[in-house]
Ligand binder design. Structure first.
Ligand code: HAM
Length: 408
């Protein structure tokens, strides 16, 4: 679990602001749900046999004796809220996003934490593959807007309740033959969740499944047509993708489309976003039988890749020299700066040298200097911190001049 320090927080704001902007362009609205839910909600949706539910949940008994869990993901909570508040009766299409911390008791490593933040998107009420494509496009827009480079989009279809069991049976038979080569977890997964073997990082398991059957060869006609339609639409939208026949994801609720966006530079935990279609999940939670698709974007992983980009500090540091009258005059100007939307800071009654040092450290592009001479002449000295050049301007024109210099 990490502290997010002031030096990094501007990157968090930047990602959150861009996400809000993009999602609203697509017609999504924000929903906020509690961090704690009844444990049963996650077991029913994510799946009893997944690592998340089986090993990673922060679950405890509250004072009333109820079993509650810190949410390991947002989909279950958002769908619970949609059903509880009958939102689909108000509008049969719901486009919702949310942001916040999730909790999984995982083995911490680079890009994998026990409290991590997701930006989460859920879209209910449309079964068309065009909807899957548009949702993926929105995830892609976000990744693009925050400037992540060397991005790969992987897509797969996991089939539906009709064709997946046939594939599962075949895969199980294949894996039983290879049992000796599999790790302990995968050996257990043959019975509980054979598709998850595709996701195992052990070299021996990867070797064992080299020639495993592929789900793509077992899709029913409806799933095949859905998948082809999705791929053609991604092509038409100019979004490059790779088919990833082994992309299974760690949550059991997916049907048909699954996808992940991977980025270089993250090591083994290289997925910045992942999601897919989950028709049937709203019904399983006691709601109407509506289809759904969504994804979640991992904040920490995105921020890690943004580390190099330093803050662009668009404010003004005000250096003040003189007695109380000069300070009062400078404080009035600082107040006007803030009223006009300009970020402004000063420190009080420190030496000129120490104020200039702080101005340098602030990262601001511009510094204003107010001393006895300036006040006497009703002027302000403005210094461009990038070039160290200075100009004097009439006080009434100072704010506009500073804004102009910041934009230059
Ligand atoms: P997920 O693949 O479990 O999907 O998580 C989505 C993203 O959250 C991952 O790609 C990763 O960037 C980030 N993430 C997951 N676990 C961690 C961790 N321990 N530390 C840091 N980042 C992490 C879901 O959660 C689904 N609910 C997504 C979804 C929404 N599907 C449909 N709607």
């Amino acid at each position: 679990m990490n502290d997010i320090l002031p030096e990094d927080v501007h990157k968090w704001h930047s990602v959150e602001d861009r996400a809000r902007y993009i999602f609203e362009l697509y017609g999504f609205s924000e929903i906020r749900t509690p961090l704690l839910e009844q444990t049963e909600l996650f077991a029913r949706t994510i799946g009893e046999d997944t690592d998340i539910v089986g090993k990673e949940m922060y679950t405890f008994i509250d004072k009333s004796g109820a079993s509650v869990t810190l949410r390991p993901e947002a989909t279950a909570s958002v769908l619970r809220a949609v059903v509880e508040h009958s939102l689909l009766n108000q509008d049969s299409i719901q486009k919702l996003y949310s942001m916040g911390p999730m909790f999984r008791y995982e083995r911490p490593q680079k890009g994998r934490y026990r409290q991590f933040y997701q930006i989460n998107v859920e879209r209910l009420g449309e079964s068309s593959p065009l909807c899957d494509a548009e949702t993926i496009a929105m995830a892609y827009d976000l990744v693009d807007a925050i400037g992540l480079k060397n991005i790969t989009l992987e897509v797969n279809s996991l089939g539906c309740q009709k064709c997946r069991p046939v594939f599962r049976k075949q895969l199980k038979e294949f894996l039983q033959e290879k049992r000796d080569m599999l790790c302990k977890d995968c050996s257990r997964r043959i019975e509980t969740n054979p598709l998850r073997v595709f996701d195992c990082k052990e070299t021996a398991c990867q070797e064992a499944i080299k020639d495993a059957p592929r789900i793509e060869d077992h899709l029913c006609d409806a799933c095949r047509s859905h998948f082809n339609d999705l791929l053609q639409t991604l092509d038409a939208l100019g979004i490059p993708f790779h088919k990833a026949p082994r992309l299974v994801r760690g949550l059991d609720y997916y049907v048909r489309t699954t996808f992940e966006i991977k980025a270089e530079g993250l090591g083994t935990q290289n997925a910045v976003a992942g999601g897919g279609r989950y028709d049937g999940l709203v019904k399983a939670l006691g709601g109407p039988d509506v289809p759904g698709v969504g994804f979640a974007f991992g904040m920490e992983r995105a921020i890690m890749l943004m580390k190099e980009a330093g803050p662009v500090n668009k404010g003004c540091f005000v250096v003040i020299q003189g007695g109380r009258e000069i300070y009062r005059s400078a404080m009035a100007l600082i107040s006007d700066m803030r009223s006009s939307g300009l970020q402004a800071q000063a420190v009080f009654e420190k030496s000129m040298k120490s104020q200039m040092k702080r101005a340098d450290k602030s990262g601001y592009l511009v510094c204003a200097i107010i001393g006895e001479t300036e006040v006497a002449k009703d002027m302000v000295t403005i210094r461009d911190m990038r070039t160290s050049s200075q100009v004097q301007v009439k006080r009434a024109l100072a704010i506009n001049k500073i804004k102009e210099m910041i934009m230059a």
